[in-house]
Unconditional design. Structure first.
Length: 508
């Protein structure tokens, strides 16, 4: 019996899509998620049991595959769909405010993937206008791209056209027809995230509705062919946590797959909010899973998402020069390889500051996703030749950090242009910097925030507490962000050498 852990993938892993692939050794499952302005883009996780998932690679690892270098915050890689056909992996995605709607292929999901081809309008004038594309094939091999008709640019930007569909020539990556509307959902805002499936001779069109916040949910329709006409399921929404006290909220944006036991599953996104009114989700949108039942009337029923966290984890990283960075490291609008110098000081990770702070869209920053609600991160730095430190980042407008160098030790909180700092003199250049996320103490019986940041440093064996910062200011609701917390090291000026990284936490 498969144990379904929730979250399935901890931390910033939204918009999941999953595919099962049968091999001579057995079944494997591959899962893709969104990355927005971070690189490498579109992580691919693999599992052979749906319990243990391994990050095996990314789709976008080279410059140019995603044009995220200058996309605005929340632009970039939105909502992939991953599928497998005739020995080839296919992934379609929107590079929002970047290249447009893209199709990638690979023989091995670990990569390398193709450079990505734009899916063009019928007249070839540019990319299809829309987000969250799905790819499906009918029995004769006709390719259907079904997507949410949200216009992202021009004078009609923001207009929503419902769920759109075209057939596509995948050799030329050109639509063979003008887009048609196939369904508008049940009336919830933002019908999006369509996925098309053939099950027992019927075609099912599953979408998200209600927006990706508290109103989020999944609805479904079915028809005799990929183009419909589609009838709406009487029990919609199939799943939603709206107006409930469930610990996992915002559930929606799902994808169906047959699991290890032959039963159907739905992977979907959700958040784990805390506080008196469950108002603040520190880690952003994560990947969850729940069970699916097919009823006698031919409609699926999706069970509510139940929280079932894994044991805590600890990550210790040294930076020996003969060991490359592992796949968990990400950077902002740049590849980690362009940020990390593992050669100039063997055994250390060196970051070369350019004068840009974390307020800049292109910081010298290298990080890993915060995976646990309770978390402690410690980095050992040498700032004898520069200024930098450790930070938790949502975007350039929301971040907290501990910064050292040039004779000063600073704790800083940046919240939508508001800045607060705590500084003390610094007489050493080698020290440990700390950012801990701790569960809040209840005030009059009710916690009022998601967590509390404790910012500090250890100098000559003595820990100094610099500041405590309310964690709600780095939550998805406050930041209105599509991403999540990323803990990283950064440099502002000169050369900052990182000698050791430790992060440990749990979800109690």
């Amino acid at each position: 019996m498969t144990t379904l852990y929730n979250p399935l993938l901890n931390g910033f892993h939204p918009d999941p899509s999953v595919v099962r692939v049968s091999t001579d050794e057995g079944d494997e499952w591959y899962l893709a998620t969104s990355t927005f302005e971070y690189l490498p883009g579109i992580p691919i996780h693999r599992s052979r049991d749906f319990e243990t998932w391994e990050l095996i690679g990314h789709v976008a690892t080279a410059p140019g595959q995603l044009a995220v270098e200058d996309v605005p915050t929340a632009g970039g890689a939105w909502a992939p769909t991953i599928r497998h056909r005739d020995g080839t992996f296919h992934l379609v995605i929107t590079d929002a405010m970047g290249r447009g709607m893209l199709h990638f292929t690979a023989a091995d999901a670990a990569g390398p993937w193709s450079d990505g081809d734009l899916i063009l309008k019928q007249d070839g004038s540019g990319s299809l206008d829309g987000i969250d594309p799905d790819i499906a094939w009918d029995a004769d091999g006709t390719v259907y791209i079904t997507y949410s008709g949200l216009i992202l640019g021009g004078e009609n930007s923001g207009q929503h056209l419902g769920i759109q569909q075209v057939t596509v020539d995948l050799d030329r990556h050109v639509a063979l027809e003008e887009p048609r509307s196939v369904w508008s959902g049940t009336g919830g805002q933002f019908p999006e995230a369509p996925h098309l499936y053939e099950v027992d001779g019927r075609w099912y069109l599953m979408i998200a509705e209600g927006g990706t916040e508290r109103g989020h949910g999944i609805s479904i329709a079915r028809g005799p062919s990929p183009v419909g006409p589609f009838e709406t399921a009487p029990q919609n929404p199939l799943v939603s946590a709206r107006s409930t006290i469930r610990p996992v909220q915002n559930t929606g944006h799902g994808d169906l797959v047959v699991g290890p036991d032959g039963d159907w599953l739905c992977v979907l996104l959700g958040v784990r909010p805390r506080s008196m009114t469950r108002a603040f989700s520190a880690l952003g949108r994560e990947t969850f899973v729940t069970t699916v039942r097919w009823e006698d009337d031919g409609w699926p029923a999706i069970d509510p998402v139940h929280l079932n966290t894994r044991p805590g984890t600890r990550v210790d990283v040294d930076f020996a020069s003969d060991q490359p960075l592992d796949r968990e490291w990400i950077a902002v609008r740049a590849t980690p390889a362009s940020i990390a110098d593992l050669d100039s000081r063997p055994g250390d990770l060196v970051l070369h500051g350019t004068g840009r702070t974390l307020d800049d869209p292109h910081p010298t920053f290298l990080g890993r996703r915060q995976e646990h609600l309770t978390n402690a991160a410690t980095v050992r730095v040498d700032v004898s030749a520069g200024v930098g430190g450790v930070a938790v980042r949502y975007d350039e407008h929301f971040h907290v950090e501990v910064e050292a160098g040039d004779g000063t030790l600073t704790a800083r909180a940046v919240v939508a242009g508001l800045v607060q700092e705590w500084t003390v003199p610094l007489t050493t250049t080698a020290l440990d910097l700390h950012i801990d996320s701790r569960k809040p103490e209840a005030a009059a019986g009710f916690p009022r925030t998601s967590d509390v940041f404790h910012l500090g440093a250890t100098i000559d064996g003595e820990r100094i507490e610099l500041a405590q910062i309310d964690g709600r200011f780095l939550s998805s609701e406050t930041c209105e962000s599509f991403t999540g917390r990323v803990i990283g090291v950064y440099a502002v000026s000169g050369d900052v050498a990182v000698q050791r990284w430790t992060a440990e936490g749990d979800d109690e």
